[in-house]
Every structure is written in structure tokens, then in C-alpha cells.
Design a protein around this ligand. Structure first.
Ligand SMILES: C[S@@+](CC[C@H](N)C(=O)[O-])C[C@H]1O[C@@H](n2cnc3c(N)ncnc32)[C@H](O)[C@@H]1O
Length: 260
């Protein structure tokens, strides 16, 4: 699937069976009888509708609340106090890149809220949450999750941040959804229109990328960070010294120099 690698960075080499299983329904949806027919439709399609359907099927969107929880402790104990000092009267931006169905950006918001509830001062914090899959972005925006996902949220947070919808689902409350913008964005393309970020979470995204795309992604994320800004990646994605000019400050947490 060279198309997928060059367009989105995702490496699907040796995943023939997975692709076939996931794409059967998509071929049906588009009215294609064979993969060859589907590829022709894909090439001719100017609306992006067919490519969008393929992205929805072939991306791995697995995520959950408080995934890799040490990162949120580091955020509360080191990053937020630093931001509070640096930007006392201003505002700052966090980018949740590859946000999938939104659990990660809502966890971030819960941490910010907790920090403030415990007396911490924060500037106005805006969160941008992006993904290439429109399907997951829609779910993220709604903030509605199946009951089993509530188990990952600490009890005291459940009471504050979750509201029942019905027997099977809950929704994160309105305060939590406030000040998060959801936007479709392909990480293989430059992020120009949103300014620079003080914190970027891009976790468990590049694990699916080939080496070249991973390198391009890391250098783009570096460009998008403010001096002194932090990059959080997945624990399975650690960067070597050759791959980044950022300083590693904790496992899977990197910081851009103040003088960069
Ligand atoms: C496994 S999820 C990770 C979700 C969350 N960050 C976490 O750690 O739980 C990876 C997400 O990255 C998105 N993704 C993959 N390639 C992307 C690209 N080129 N641009 C933007 N998002 C991408 C996928 O659609 C998917 O939702």
C-alpha cells in the first residue's frame, strides 16, 4: 500500500490480510467488486470521499482515558507549574496530534482542571485535537463513550467530569469540552495555521509509520514547538539522538531548548 505510506506515513507492508479484512466493507460501500476497480475509483475521485473512507478503515484508533498515566503526572508536576510561571498573563496552546476518539485530549483537560481545583494558577489554555480520520474526530467531538471506558477514569474524576446518558453510555461534561478545537489534519503535511505550541502530545501515532515518515514527523513537531516546549510520544516510540534535537527529560518526554 504505497499510496497509504506516501500520503499518510503509515506503513502497511506485510499487512495484506489485515487490509483485506478491513477493506471488504469499504469496497462494498463504494460499489467496487475488486481491489483493482476500487483503486481506479480512488485515483479518479476528486472529492476525497473515497480516500476518507479508506483512512477510516485502515487507521488504528485504539485509545483510552489516562493511557500511559506517568505522562499526566509529569504534566501536572513539571510542565503546568512551568507554564504557569512563564505565561502568567498570556495564553498557551496544547496540541493533541492523532487524538483518535478524544480520550487523550479529555484526559488532558481533566488534568488541567484538577491542577486548578488544587489551587494551581494557569494561563488560558487552548487545546487543538487533530486526526486524519473524520470518523474518529466526529466521535471525539461528541465526547460520548461506552460505559466500560469509565473504568479507566479515577472515581473522584468520574463524579466531576462524566454524566450519564443512558444505561450503556456516558458523556464527558460540557466544561471539559469547552476550549478544545477538533480539526482534520494529516501529520504528513505542515501545520501552519495554528501558531506554535507549548506542549504537543503525539503518542502512539508514529509507531505505525515507516522510518522516513517518522523522521519527517519528528522534525515537523519540533518546528511546531515553542522554545522550552514539551513533546510527549508513546513509550514504544522512543527517539534516538540522531532522530531529534530535543532533550529527553523523562521516558518518552522531550523538551525544546529555551534558545532554539
Ligand atoms: C493508536 S491512535 C493513538 C491515539 C492517542 N494518541 C493515544 O495515544 O491513545 C493513532 C491515531 O493516529 C491517527 N493517525 C495516523 N496517521 C496519521 C496522520 N498521518 N495524520 C494524522 N493522524 C494520523 C490515527 O487515525 C489514529 O486515530
Amino acid at each position: 500500500m504505497e499510496y497509504f505510506r506516501t500520503q499518510y506515513g503509515i506503513n502497511l507492508k506485510n499487512k495484506k490480510i489485515l487490509i483485506e479484512c478491513r477493506m471488504v466493507k469499504e469496497l462494498e460501500r463504494c460499489g467496487a467488486e475488486t481491489f483493482a476497480e476500487y483503486l481506479k475509483m480512488l485515483q479518479k475521485d476528486r472529492t476525497g470521499e473515497i480516500a476518507g473512507g479508506m483512512v477510516n478503515r485502515l487507521t488504528t484508533n485504539f485509545t483510552y482515558f489516562l493511557r500511559e498515566p506517568e505522562h499526566f503526572t509529569i504534566l501536572k508536576e513539571r510542565v503546568l507549574p512551568e507554564l504557569a510561571l512563564k505565561k502568567r498573563y498570556g495564553s498557551c496552546q496544547i496540541w493533541c496530534a492523532g487524538c483518535a476518539t478524544g480520550e487523550e485530549c479529555y484526559t488532558l483537560k481533566m488534568c488541567l482542571q484538577e491542577y486548578q481545583d488544587q489551587g494551581g494558577q494557569l494561563p488560558n489554555v487552548r487545546i487543538l485535537a487533530t486526526d486524519i480520520s473524520e470518523e474518529v474526530l466526529k466521535k471525539a467531538e461528541q465526547g460520548i463513550y461506552p460505559e466500560r471506558e469509565r473504568e479507566n477514569i479515577p472515581l473522584s474524576w468520574r463524579e466531576k467530569y462524566c454524566q450519564d446518558i443512558d444505561k450503556n453510555n456516558f458523556r464527558v461534561n460540557e466544561n471539559l469540552r469547552y476550549n478544545i478545537r477538533f480539526q482534520k489534519h494529516n501529520l504528513m503535511e505542515p501545520m501552519r495555521q495554528n501558531g506554535k505550541f507549548d506542549v504537543i502530545f503525539c503518542r502512539n501515532v508514529m509507531i505505525y509509520f515507516d522510518k522516513v515518515s517518522r523522521k519527517q514527523l519528528v522534525s515537523r513537531l519540533e518546528e511546531n514547538l515553542n522554545p522550552g516546549g514539551y513533546l510527549f510520544i508513546g513509550h514504544a516510540e522512543l527517539l534516538s539522538r540522531e532522530e531529534t534535537s530535543l532533550e529527553q527529560v523523562y521516558p518518552a518526554v522531550y523538551r525544546k531548548s529555551e534558545n532554539a
